[in-house]
Design a protein around this ligand. Sequence first.
Ligand SMILES: [Zn+2]
Length: 492
Amino acid sequence: MLAPHIPHPLVRFARCGGFAMALVAPQVASAEGPVSAEEVERPATWDMTVEELRAIGLGQYRGDPVPVPPDAPLAFDPDEPRPAKQGVIFVNFDGANLQSGWDNSKTNTTQISQLAGPFAAYGQGSKREATMQAVRDDWAPFNVIVTDTRPASGDYTMNMTGPTNPFGGGVLGIAPLDCNDSQTHNNITFAFHSANDQFSASTQATTIGQEVAHSYGLEHVDEPGDIMNPYNAGGNPSFTDQCIQIVSNQGIVCGSQHAAQCGSSNMQNSYRELLALFGPAQADDTPPSVTITSPADGAMYEAGASFQITADASDDVGVQQVDLYVDGSFSQSDGTAPYGWNVENIPAGTYTFYAVARDLSGNEAQSNEVTIEVTEAGGSGGDPSGGDPSGGDPSGGDPSGGDPSGGDPSGGDPSGGDPSGGDPSGGTGSGGGSGEPPPDEDSGPVDTGPFPPGYGERGMEDGCACTATEPNTVAPLALVGLFLFGRRRRRV
Ligand SMILES: [Zn+2]
């Protein structure tokens, strides 16, 4: 059993955000039913006043959460109970360029306007992994996946973790307050921590957990043992299974969510509220599914042809990435849907492709195998489009006239800067080299085509210098064995 916390016999005063506020001492009630939170040893700092904490270098504030504005679009009715659904938390240590708008983690869009713009990366070092472990420990009771790699598909809450802090050093984080997670499953939250700051991994994880939990409707409680305590009091707080008085500078915002667990809109049970949203932890052993959709098995091409390999992948939670294998060797990864790769100027031979998809829990699945035949050019009629069983060139043009590699004597622009050069449909109309990107180009964010410069130049058998780079960088063309892989685009 968790021993009820004995309330402080004092009322705390603190300054925050330029105005004084009074934090009343907590009223702690025992939760009904089994108590799953383990007894926590209370560090001495948990019984200190904010002034005492500050005197020893603690007492930093985790900012007041920002309620979702009344005109925000809501994906769900915040007062309507919903079945528990597995959650995904992406702890982004790598920085991002954020834009302003309604929250969408997938497009790096934040509704906290002060954070629009570049957000710096966390920094290198071992603390990142320690903090990740601490975050996983804090969320372990719940059916929530915690990852530090951006999911390729599915919904995820993104916590930006880095030193960009428009509020000053006394503030550790901020987040939208999304009651019952009803605005969107794709909120963005912020923890102003870095690899080099003075805070422990545990404290960093507490900030990250608190900010993410704000985006699930949890507010502040005056209990240092609970992750939702706004002041840094050290130690290793958890989401505690007890109904605790909410403290707020702005009135209680998510009252019906709290009342559902505690019978009172001004008491919060952090543990029970998260359990209601996500359910208890359970192993994810359901693998993703993945299929190579093009080219078709048995497809034939003429040497020098260019075409695309495309794959569909899905998962019950989220796909992490899809890897392409050529003749049994790993070739390249794609971390963003839709998944695909350009093959350019292919030499004669027989090639077998398959793809491997990995989900956020590390489950893997292999696709169908596709074998293609590439014949020597010139000897057999000369129209390579005749041999393309994938439906031929939709442009109807002569593919040999628009041979993208033929137009570039350097053998491929390594910067990838010529969008038409790598497009097999680039021969449309203009006889090659149209300056305009074709209309069928991906309309979404620029695909990562996640290859570092120079990757593959020593041939694919060298294996991989091939981990994903940052999203939203335009990939260079990369010579892989005798293939040129370019920035892929969707072929209609
Ligand atoms: Zn907070």
